[in-house]
Each structure stands twice: as structure tokens, then as C-alpha cells.
Design a protein around this ligand. Structure first.
Ligand code: SF4
Ligand code: SF4
Length: 473
């Protein structure tokens, strides 16, 4: 079985949720009524499922990926979920589904998949004990877990460390042992709304008391989060945007990590490869708040962030009867990191990515403080036989790139931008006019998948590359 080359966090447009958990993040943000309302009348996908599946091939993505599918509400309420899972599996990838495991009709369809397909599925079964009890569907949940296990699909039962469930913990533990053969894993509930506390573990308990209660579940997931949650990043080079990222299945937009910036669109130009773009040393956050999968499974920090954990420790349990929650295949996959299947980038590649990202994130002109990079860029172009170029886009990054090249023996023959109404010197709006250049470098990187096909349609022989891809030539 091939390892996970990229872990794609995949957001499916929600159709709402059948539960109302007190600790739901959507409640924290106050838009529960609109987001969790079940409304199946809208088509929330911009592209057809056939188009999306065609875009998500191993060839375009560079290797076998795991698509970690979740909705903002209940994932399995999406009417197309089975078709999407099937399509991704048919492409040769793995699928993880985050679900409250109460939508039996979908689970029944999944367990009818072939054994080969079921071996490549993992279900993260969120166990919302109070909400299930209140709705009278606790038994429905546990019977679905039994069906999943009997079908040979890997799963993990997980609860959130919420103050709301403290009164029920003894009966929750007893129920779990009796029905799932082991205690659930514990995910630290985060505070997303209190100023100054963003991402911290949410509780009114004293730290010591909080730890004592939740460590009684003996969950490595909880231990990891408790000890690593607020670990500073120390200028770490982060590979999110390359080894992992967040895909919005509704639009195809792909972001470097949850809360990070859009870097491309998977569905716009599906004849071309996807250009990934790591974060480098420009993480905008004080700590890696989803490190339990970004660091431990994707390995975004490589050797610079090396906790003693592997992801299978956060998902597996040995049951009272000796069976396990993970099957052999998924345990093996979850015992490695995506980083193991990628070469580390060179010093030059890392420097370029970080400087480029820093320029995106600031209004200041950074060229003078990044002077060392000029030589790296010019040498790269020259070593690829490039002497004359066109720059597409005369915005912040276009100007940054021009300043990097100016003064060298690489000639900028054209600067192309829609804002130029008539051609003056090298400035033009018309890509069809571009002649005698070795390459056209597209600088609005997030829109490359719209711009590149437009350029190719007007100037088919012109070589076009994205600015973020330059050091990969
Ligand atoms: S099941 Fe998930 S989405 Fe639904 S209310 Fe509970 S926490 Fe929110
Ligand atoms: S939060 Fe983590 S994964 Fe995201 S950019 Fe920062 S270090 Fe990278």
C-alpha cells in the first residue's frame, strides 16, 4: 500500500446538521441557525462531480492522497457524499470521513463497497453523547459503529473535551467500553471567539483539574494537544500548501492550511498540473493549532518539529476483546508522515518561497532587504536558458519580481496587465502581442489557473509559468 503523499483537508459544502451540540464551533460563531439548518434545495457545487473527480487524479496531484472530508455541519448529509467518496477511491486515493455517524443510509451504502475500497476508507466517528441521548439516537450511533467495524472499515470514536459533558463522563465511559470496546479518544475543544485566547483549550476548569479529568481517557490525542498545543513555531519552514492544504469542494479553491491563504484552484484548469506553494517561514499564526494532523500526519515541519507521536496513536484503540479500531492498512498509513515521501527543498527554493510569501503579506517593498535573492533568481533563469521574459501582472508581486530582475542581464521585454489601455514601451494589455520571449511569468499566483489558459488561448506557443513555480524549473 502506498503512503499518503498529500493529506487534503476537504470541506464539503454543508447541508446542515441533525444534531445541536452545545460546544459546536458553529454555535461559538453565532451562525448556528443558518449554517446548521438542513436545506437540500441548493446545489452548492460550482462544478459537476464528474469534473471534480477528473481534476483529482494521482497524476495531477503528484501522488496518492488522503482526502479528509468534512462539512461545516454533518458530512454525510451531503446528498452526493457517496458518489464523491467512490470517485476519489476510483482515482486510487484514500478517504477519511468526519461524521457524527447517525446517517445510517449513507453508512449502509459505504459498507456495500468492495473490500479493496473499504480498506482505503477511514471514518472519524465524532461521539456527541449528550446530543445523541437528547435525541434518543444513542443506540443508532452504536449500531452504526458496529456495522462499520464488521465491514472492516477503519474508524475512531472521538469526543470533544467540553465542560458540557463533565456530568456525564462516568456513564459515557461505561457506555463506550460496553459498545465500542474502549474509551473514546479526546480532542481538545478550542476557543475560537474569546479575544486573546484564540485556539486555546476551552474550559472554565483550573488547568490541573482539566488535565486530571481528560487524561483519565488515556488518549494520546489529548496528551499531544495538551503538551504541544501552544508550542511556538520558532521560524519553522512550514510545508503546508504542499504536503497538505484545505480544498473547498464547492469551488475548487485550495488554501495552504485552515485559515491560510488561497494558493490555487484545483478545478479551473484541469489539463495542467496543480502548482503547490508551501507557507515557508511565514506562518501567520502564533502556534500550529491543528498540529495533531498538520504536523503529525502531514509532517509540515519535517525535522524542525519532531514530536514522538505518529497519527495512528491518535486514532487506534485495542478493544476489550483484543480487536482494534484501525485495520492493518490504515494503521500502516497513519504510522507515517507525508513528509517521508517528499525531498526536502533546497536552500534556494526555501529562500525564494519565504521571500515571495513575505512580500505578499506586507505592504512594504522588501526587495532591498532581500537583495541576496536577486542572484538566485537570475541564476535560475539563466541555467534554464532564459534571457528574455514577459511578466504578467503589474501589481505588488509583479513589481517585486521586476525589481529582482532589474540591473541583471535578463531582459524584461513585456509587462502585461489589464490596466494598460494602450501599449507604451514594454507595457501592454495584450498577451497576443508577446513575441520573442523565453517565458511569461504569471505573478497573480492565486489566479494562475484562470490566467494561464487565457494566455495560452491567445498565444499558444508562449511558455507560461507561475511565479511560485519558478524555482522548480
Ligand atoms: S454534530 Fe458536529 S456539526 Fe453537528 S452540531 Fe454537533 S458539533 Fe456541530
Ligand atoms: S498553522 Fe501550522 S500548518 Fe498552518 S501555516 Fe502555521 S505551522 Fe504551517
Amino acid at each position: 500500500m502506498k503512503g499518503i503523499y498529500r493529506f487534503i483537508n476537504t470541506n464539503i459544502p454543508t447541508m446542515g446538521c441533525n444534531l445541536r451540540c452545545e460546544y459546536c464551533y458553529i454555535r461559538q460563531h453565532g451562525d448556528e441557525d443558518s449554517v446548521l439548518k438542513i436545506d437540500t434545495s441548493k446545489n452548492l457545487f460550482k462544478y459537476s462531480i464528474e469534473h471534480m473527480i477528473k481534476a483529482l487524479t494521482i497524476e495531477r496531484l503528484g501522488g496518492t492522497c488522503m482526502f479528509n472530508i468534512s462539512g461545516s455541519g454533518e458530512t454525510m448529509l451531503c446528498p452526493d457524499i457517496v458518489k464523491i467518496v467512490k470517485g476519489i477511491l476510483d482515482n486510487g486515493h484514500y478517504v477519511a470521513i468526519i461524521s457524527n455517524c447517525t446517517i445510517s443510509s449513507v453508512i449502509d451504502e459505504l459498507i456495500r463497497f468492495s473490500d479493496m475500497e473499504k480498506k482505503r476508507i477511514f471514518i472519524k466517528a465524532s461521539f456527541h453523547y449528550r446530543a445523541l441521548k437528547q435525541k434518543g439516537i444513542l443506540e443508532l450511533y452504536s449500531s452504526n459503529i458496529k456495522k462499520i467495524k464488521e465491514a472492516g472499515i477503519a474508524f475512531s470514536v472521538e469526543i470533544v473535551s467540553s465542560d458540557y459533558v463533565l456530568d456525564d463522563l462516568d456513564e459515557l465511559k461505561k457506555y463506550s467500553i460496553e459498545n465500542f470496546g474502549a474509551l473514546p479518544h479526546v480532542l481538545g475543544g478550542r476557543d475560537e471567539t474569546t479575544p486573546g485566547k484564540y485556539g486555546e483549550l476551552e474550559t472554565k476548569l483550573e488547568k490541573k483539574e482539566f488535565y486530571k479529568i481528560w487524561s483519565s481517557f488515556d488518549s494520546d490525542l489529548f496528551e499531544f494537544q495538551y503538551s504541544e498545543f501552544l508550542k511556538p513555531l520558532d521560524n519553522m519552514f512550514c510545508y503546508a500548501g504542499d504536503y497538505t492544504g484545505s480544498l473547498d469542494l464547492g469551488t475548487g479553491e485550495f488554501y495552504s492550511c485552515p485559515g491560510g491563504m488561497k494558493i490555487t484552484n484545483f478545478f479551473e484548469d484541469i489539463e495542467d498540473k496543480v502548482v503547490f506553494f508551501p507557507v515557508g517561514r511565514t506562518c501567520p499564526f502564533p502556534f500550529c493549532f491543528c498540529g495533531f494532523f498538520l504536523q503529525v500526519l502531514a509532517g509540515v515541519g519535517r525535522e524542525e518539529y519532531n514530536p514522538k507521536y505518529v497519527f495512528s496513536m491518535f486514532r487506534d484503540r485495542i478493544c476489550t476483546d483484543g480487536s482494534t479500531w484501525l485495520n492493518t492498512n490504515i494503521r500502516e498509513l497513519f504510522s507515517h508522515r507525508c513528509s517521508e515521501y517528499h525531498e526536502d527543498l533546497t536552500f534556494e527554493q526555501k529562500a525564494y518561497i519565504t521571500c515571495l510569501r513575505k512580500q505578499i503579506q506586507t505592504a512594504k517593498d522588501l526587495v532591498s532587504s532581500q537583495a541576496f535573492l536577486k542572484e538566485i533568481i537570475v541564476n535560475k533563469l539563466k541555467s534554464n536558458g532564459i534571457r528574455q521574459i514577459a511578466i504578467y501582472g503589474d501589481g505588488k508581486l509583479g513589481k517585486w519580481f521586476k525589481n529582482m530582475i532589474d540591473g541583471s542581464d535578463i531582459k524584461i521585454k513585456y509587462i502585461v496587465d489589464r490596466k494598460y489601455e494602450e501599449n507604451v514601451g514594454k507595457y501592454t494589455a495584450n498577451v497576443a502581442e508577446i513575441r520573442d520571449v523565453d517565458v511569461c511569468i504569471v505573478t497573480p499566483f492565486a489566479d494562475y489557473t484562470q490566467i494561464a489558459p487565457m494566455i495560452r488561448s491567445k498565444n499558444p506557443t508562449l511558455r507560461v509559468i507561475a511565479i511560485q513555480d519558478l524555482m522548480n524549473m
